[in-house]
Design a protein around this ligand. Sequence first.
Ligand SMILES: [Zn+2]
Ligand SMILES: [Zn+2]
Length: 122
Amino acid sequence: MPYLTPTLVKRVSPSQTDITWNDDHFSSYPSWYLRENCTCAACVEEFSGRRKIVHGNIPSTVERISVAPVGNYALQFVWSDGHETGIYTFEYLRKLCPCSQCLPQGLEDPPESVLNPGSFEA
Ligand SMILES: [Zn+2]
Ligand SMILES: [Zn+2]
């Protein structure tokens, strides 16, 4: 399998980012979905790997403030809830692809607003 990298990262809107891959696969990510799946130390327990953010913690209204490349292996997003420590490797982004081929069950939209967005039990 060739090393998968994006050939195009398109800021479609603050709530949607599209990636075209070098194998011509196309992924379209809602911002809330990427934010929900952040793998930084604040979002995932270091030792257990347990995710501290679960579906419903992130409102569907969260927006992408910016996206920038990290080296040649990842993207770093800044989100409207102030979170900016998440680095998404290309490999991980591809695994997250929510297209009907990669994720046949599809995505379930989270609520539009949540009490204490992004909060979790420590
Ligand atoms: Zn995070
Ligand atoms: Zn896909």
